[in-house]
Design a protein around this ligand. Structure first.
Ligand code: FAD
Length: 396
């Protein structure tokens, strides 16, 4: 926190002028700080009489940090199958565990899910921690979090990974808070620092303008969520062997304050743009919701579906599940056709790992052309119909 010594302060106002956040004002002969303070330190540096200082809480290294070993992946089981992101986590988890020379464990919660343990072992797990009970049929975050907390306390992994999905994002913060561990959300890269085995967790920061690498040196486990489609799953190896450990589930762990009354499938929009190989994406350049009818025609010709920039979603032209980008989904299709999308960094972070990017934009200076494999400078309402026509001719 920022400490102000009013005995030293001369109310000169230099700190007030040097604060970019309007967080410090001079009142009654002394500076006063408000909640906008970011602890950037500019006022401390500029104070001519050293009346300001920043004090940080003492960092305590968790006493038993050295006892934590191994990598643990939280497996998501939903709609009667293991979520693809869990296999991606096992892929990166395997690499991290190999580098550290430790075991990779997968923790699987659900009702009647034992038969899926072999798939997890084939995907890289050395051990599956199985929490199986009819009460776990539906995802209930308080109950799932309590079980995961118990598992972490008992098995003491040094690294815990979960998907940056609706389920992972809701349950893992509960666990991190309960065990007082650091958690880095939405990682796009994970690696081990060879010198000390620290997990380096990289994620976009400041609106995607920089990549920040975060470490948690003082507490264990090091916890991270990883966006779907960012890591590659390992090729399944059915010959791999591993251990299945059934987790004891006493009645106190199966308590929930949540009642799931009904689960309703969203029939309006079932598209999962992360699992489609060809995406035709539209942005503000479409000018209206009608533009998506044209893009759908092109997507149909390619056997794909439509995606969108946030501008198109915010305009109400297409529902949110289609949004690509920092606050939408990360996609890595074989083909991504961006129509009337400028290529803002927040959009680019969600699609730049597509194999082939085709950009159609009437502004030849649009940043999307910097990441495009092929660019077409022109009006999308002229270019897209010609593409559709050409594809139809080729099919004939
Ligand atoms: P614009 O930037 O307005 O671009 C429209 C483009 O269409 C222009 O390049 C124009 O030349 C072209 N055009 C116009 N008419 C035609 C035509 N007839 N034919 C061809 N080209 C034409 N954005 C996302 O997409 N996803 C996110 O997840 C996301 N998250 C964000 C998070 C934060 C915290 C913030 C601050 C922003 C986020 N944004 C996100 C918004 C992002 O910064 C951009 O504002 C947005 O991506 C712009 O969308 P756009 O490219 O469709 O629109």
């Amino acid at each position: 926190m920022l400490i102000i010594d009013c005995e030293l302060c001369t109310a000169c106002g230099i700190c007030e002028n040097s604060c970019a956040f309007g967080a410090i004002t001079v009142q009654d002969d002394c500076a006063v700080v408000n909640e906008a303070c970011t602890l950037c330190g500019a006022c401390v540096e500029n104070c001519p009489v050293e009346a300001l200082r920043i004090e940080t809480a003492e960092k305590r290294i968790q006493a038993d940090a050295a006892d934590y070993q191994g990598v643990l992946v939280f497996v998501e089981f939903r709609h009667s199958r293991i979520a693809p992101v869990s296999f991606e986590l096992l892929g990166i988890g395997r690499k991290l565990a190999n580098q550290r020379g430790v075991q990779l464990s997968a923790v699987l919660l659900g009702a009647a899910v034992q038969r899926y343990t072999a798939d997890l072992i084939a995907a890289g797990a050395d051990r599956v921690l199985l929490a199986e009970h009819p009460e776990l049929e539906q995802f209930r975050e308080d109950m799932y979090a309590a079980i995961l907390e118990r598992v972490v306390r008992q098995y003491k992994p040094e690294v815990v990974l979960a998907g940056a999905t609706a389920i992972g994002r809701s349950v893992i913060p509960f666990v991190a808070t309960a065990i007082n561990a650091g958690l880095t959300a939405d990682c796009t890269r994970l690696e081990i620092r060879p010198s000390d085995g620290m997990l380096l967790q990289t994620r976009p920061a400041f609106g995607g303008n920089i990549m920040a690498t975060i470490e948690c040196p003082n507490t264990r486990p090091q916890m991270a969520t990883v966006r779907p489609k960012v890591m590659a799953p390992a090729e399944p190896d059915p010959s791999r062997t591993g251990e299945v450990v059934v987790i004891d589930l006493p009645a106190d762990l199966l308590q929930s304050r949540l009642d799931v009354i009904e689960t309703v499938a969203n029939t309006e929009d079932q598209v999962n743009i992360q699992e489609v190989e060809a995406l035709v994406a539209g942005g503000r350049g479409l000018d209206s919701a009608k533009g998506f009818a044209l893009l759908r025609e092109l997507a149909d010709e390619l056997g794909g579906t439509v995606a969108a920039s946030r501008a198109a979603v915010d305009a109400g032209w297409i529902p949110y599940p289609h949004q690509v980008g920092q606050t939408g989904k990360t996609v890595s299709p074989k083909l991504y056709i961006a129509c009337g999308i400028s290529g803002a960094v927040q959009h680019a972070v969600g699609m730049q790992s597509a194999e082939v990017v085709v950009a159609i934009n009437r502004d030849q200076t649009a940043p999307i052309f910097d990441i495009a494999t092929y660019g077409v400078v022109g009006d999308l309402y002229e270019v897209v119909p010609r593409l559709i026509q050409r594809l139809q001719e080729m099919k004939k």
